[in-house]
Design a protein around this ligand. Structure first.
Ligand SMILES: O=C(O)CCC(=O)C(=O)O
Length: 267
């Protein structure tokens, strides 16, 4: 990505709350990822679509794409954490169920976690988390593509007014693209009016000092972590793990008790 392209994406994210990067995955990667989601569809509600990085090597590149990493880290810091990775399918006739912002279940937009002193206002001064939607099929105006409300990431109210629907724009993007968005941005799937499923993978990212959707450092398979190299220990939050021993017994680099206190290790 050229510096000019990078700057354009920064502007889109700052102004609109999202940006689209094309040509991130190859046609082969999209086909392979799609066929895995297709095969796992019947297990979708029993974990078949969760922790995809542990299920097939094709998903390992989804957190190693240099353009994506540089944009995520620009906004969330060099030690940003991958918070989850899961599949999303919109079957023919499905979708179009409304708008929402993310981080509403385990993050800063969780209604019950709002303090009285917040006076119903979301944190909009700095991005706290991003989400990424990988388009494994082309996103069109009729196949269940995600719609976004431009500039809604700056709106402090948790409630989404009906008028937002008029401002929503459906993402049109070729297969292999990704949409990177501030989780405050209101979005939702549109209705799939075609006779084919629309496949995507979602991979949210968070600041190191917030909680992720899973304990990724404990979830990631050792061989997956190894293949991710040095970056992997940052991405999966190995050093971000909270000590469960006294500090003098804790090895921050390893996210585990020091060698001499291995007997304290929890599995
Ligand atoms: O699959 C999509 O298009 C969007 C899914 C979504 O809105 C979400 O998981 O927050």
């Amino acid at each position: 990505m050229t510096q000019n392209d990078f700057n354009d994406h920064l502007e889109h994210i700052k102004n609109d709350g999202f940006t689209i990067l094309t040509d991130q995955l190859t046609p082969n990667e999209c086909a392979e990822a799609r066929s895995i989601l297709e095969a796992r569809y019947t297990e979708k509600d029993r974990g078949g679509y969760e922790w995809l990085f542990n299920k097939h090597t094709v998903f390992e590149r989804f957190y190693q794409l240099p353009d994506l990493l540089s944009l995520v880290r620009y906004f969330l810091g060099a030690d940003a954490l991958l918070s989850a990775m899961y599949g999303s399918v919109v079957m023919p006739g499905d979708g179009g169920n409304g708008l929402h912002s993310d981080s509403g279940i385990t993050g800063h937009n969780r209604e019950l976690s709002m303090a009285q002193g917040d006076e119903g206002q979301r944190i909009t001064s700095h991005p706290l988390a991003f989400n990424v939607i990988f388009c494994l099929t082309p996103f069109t105006d009729s196949n269940g593509a995600t719609e976004f409300v431009p500039r809604s990431h700056k709106i402090r109210s948790l409630d989404i007014p009906k008028s937002a629907y008029k401002r929503a724009r459906t993402t049109i993007a070729p297969e292999g693209s990704l949409v990177l968005f501030n989780v405050n941005t209101w979005h939702g799937t549109t209705r799939n009016k075609t006779n084919k499923p629309r496949y995507a993978v979602l991979s949210p990212w968070r600041r190191r000092w917030t909680r992720c959707e899973y304990e990724m450092a404990r979830v990631v398979h050792p061989d997956v972590l190894k293949r991710a190299g040095e970056d992997g220990t940052a991405i999966f939050g190995i050093q971000a793990q909270e000590p469960y021993t006294e500090l003098w017994q804790w090895d921050r680099e390893q996210g585990a008790p020091k060698q001499e206190f291995k007997y304290l290790e929890r599995h």
